[in-house]
Ligand binder design. Structure first.
Ligand SMILES: *Cc1c(COP(=O)(O)O)cnc(C)c1O
Length: 373
């Protein structure tokens, strides 16, 4: 039996031709594809600048560092996210401060942020988890009121919109990932987007050894080499040519799952708030006790039927690395913990077919009958 993978990229456009062209041109570090990818991406998000880098994690690191954040500063992040979001804060020497999640969007709960703001707070870093935008207006309003900066982690939200505005264009400086499972992929890669001239300049310098403006090979900061290759950017250009097609496919997938999974007790489907344009990076569901078995048991039984799934992230306050650092002791984020226990995502690759979606839904329905009968 053919397994259904949890994710698979679509590389059937101009990817091969452009990668080969980059190789043949001899420009394999920087080059024209890097410039074109940045231009296309800035146009797509609607920001003045889009700056390539080596990964989403590097983009987050560069974004936080460009704000001049460092030891003694605090950055507010969601308790439920991939650890890369929080590591980026730690790399700068700043301290991450956690906020619990909204039960329905899975994103940072804006109502709980203000209580976490202290005189040390410098920035708020919301994540648009699984493709649904975080509720940005209250976050931007808090940032205005307390003179904080904002960084969006839009690694999972290429093309998502908040009240008609593009995610990745709402914060002061924002981040995307192009890892192999992301909506737009370059294998490994990332992008920083911003409208701010000063921040764009800092990101560009920090990712390239911070050469002094006056003299190349004279350096003004301990900076990094976090440059994307022209070969990766060639993939990126080919992917951007089909960005809207990919987003359409994700939304079709979500519609199809919604119909196929309708009415199964204990399966809660992902939502789309009236103000949101969800790009459903992954079709992320919750498994409650009414289903008849645990999320983990459902995952095991789907695996036995050849269906690949993933659980949600583990929340940050239970991570051994942060315990070791003395962070988040005695802290408790009940919504993030429950989501982490109940959440999983179904096969959501860009190559998924209607038949495969129905196969997944039928499997979940039949497992429900087994465990409740
Ligand atoms: C994938 C991801 C990242 C990290 O991106 P990499 O390219 O793997 O470094 C950061 N944040 C979120 C929300 C992600 O999903």
């Amino acid at each position: 039996m053919n397994r259904i993978p949890v994710n698979e990229p679509d590389l059937t456009g101009n990817e091969q031709a452009y990668v080969l062209d980059a190789v043949k041109s001899g420009w394999i570090s920087g080059g024209q594809y890097v410039k074109n990818f940045e231009r296309m991406f800035a146009e797509f998000v609607g920001t003045k600048y889009a700056i390539t880098t080596t990964s989403g994690t590097a983009a987050l690191h560069l974004a936080v560092a460009s704000l001049g954040i460092g030891p003694g500063d605090e950055v507010i992040v969601p308790a439920l996210t991939i650890i890369a979001t929080v590591n980026a804060v730690c790399y700068t020497g700043a301290t991450p401060v956690l906020v619990d999640s909204e039960p329905d969007t899975y994103n940072i709960d804006p109502n709980l942020i203000e209580a976490k703001i202290t005189p040390k707070t410098r920035a708020i870093l919301p994540v648009h988890l699984y493709g649904h935008p975080a509720d940005m207006d209250p976050i931007l309003e808090l940032a205005r009121r307390y003179h904080l900066r904002t960084v969006e982690d839009a690694a999972e939200a290429h093309g998502a919109k908040y009240r008609g505005r593009m995610c990745g264009g709402l914060g002061n400086v924002n981040c995307f990932s192009f890892y192999g499972n992301k909506i737009i992929t370059t294998g490994e890669g990332g992008m920083v987007t911003t409208d701010d001239d000063v921040l764009a300049e800092r990101v560009s310098r920090l990712k390239d050894l911070s050469h002094s403006k006056e003299r190349r090979f004279m350096h003004t900061d301990v900076a990094y080499t976090l440059r994307m290759t022209n070969i990766q950017a060639a993939l990126g250009v080919a992917q951007m040519e089909r960005a809207n097609q990919f987003i359409g496919k994700k939304r079709w997938m979500a519609d199809t799952y919604k119909q196929a999974l309708d009415g199964i007790p204990g399966i809660l489907l992902p939502i789309e708030k009236p103000w949101a344009f969800n790009v459903y990076w992954m079709y992320a569901i919750l498994v409650t006790s009414e289903f008849g078995c645990s999320r983990d048991e459902l995952m095991t039984r789907l695996n036995d039927r050849g269906i690949d799934t993933r659980s949600f992230f583990f929340p940050m306050h239970i991570q051994p690395v942060f315990k070791k650092m003395g962070l988040f002791r005695e802290e408790y984020y009940p919504v993030a913990e429950r989501l982490s226990e109940q959440g999983m995502y179904l096969p959501s690759g860009l190559t998924i077919t209607e038949e495969q979606i129905n196969q997944v839904a039928d499997a979940i329905r039949s497992i429900h009958r087994e465990v409740s009968g």
